[in-house]
Design a protein. Structure first.
Length: 198
């Protein structure tokens, strides 16, 4: 590891170390090959331009390193899911089905077991059935008048979803898998092949 001590997540510039301290830390933690390059580039440039060019390189490197560390500080506390549920955990959907509960926000993941024709009555909806890891099936009704259609969806594809669950005897339905243009309802989404649809 290059850094001898962990960098704190600075909340403001007043608590950040001076730039010279960052440059010293950068020099101190360079790999031997980088130190050798720095030594040779210093020698080559000191005859012509002095140490100005070398110092500029070090300062730019220090600024880049600090920016990367600063950007990474917040990522450790961000939730990976919309509702804090674990990936692949359908217990929330299972409870809603068992208790005949409707109108609850759920997150889940499963394999497409059936692709149905679009529902064209009123707002158009792309419809497909997803089989969860528990074996329960859920109908996904995705509003394609508000959000884009899930492209290239095929039976057997893995789909992750976040939306509103409505109970029915076949396993339930999840809708509101898109944003609300009026901003009154919780935004939902679908994830398929690395793309998010909302």
């Amino acid at each position: 590891m290059f850094v001898k001590y962990p960098f704190p997540c600075w909340l403001n510039a007043d608590r950040a170390p001076p730039l010279n301290a960052s440059v010293g830390l950068l020099r101190e933690n360079l790999r031997p090959a980088a130190r050798l390059w720095l030594k040779h580039s210093s020698a080559a440039t000191s005859d012509k331009v002095g140490n100005t060019l070398t110092m500029k390189r070090i300062h730019i490197g220090a600024v880049v390193v600090c920016a990367l560390i600063w950007a990474g500080c917040g990522s450790a506390v961000q939730s990976s899911g919309q509702n804090g549920g674990a990936a692949g955990d359908d217990s929330q959907i299972g409870r809603a089905f068992k208790n005949r509960t409707s109108n609850v926000q759920v997150e889940g993941e499963g394999l497409v077991s059936r692709i149905l024709a679009d529902d064209l009555a009123g707002s158009r909806h792309q419809r497909f059935v997803v089989r969860l890891a528990s074996g329960q099936t859920v109908l996904i009704a995705h509003n394609i008048d508000i959000a884009p259609r899930v492209a290239g969806l095929q039976k057997g594809d893995r789909v992750r979803f976040y939306g509103e669950y409505v109970w029915n005897e076949k396993g339930g339905m999840v809708h509101w898998t898109h944003h609300d243009p009026d901003g009154r309802h919780v935004a939902g989404w679908l994830k398929h092949n690395g793309r998010t649809y909302y």
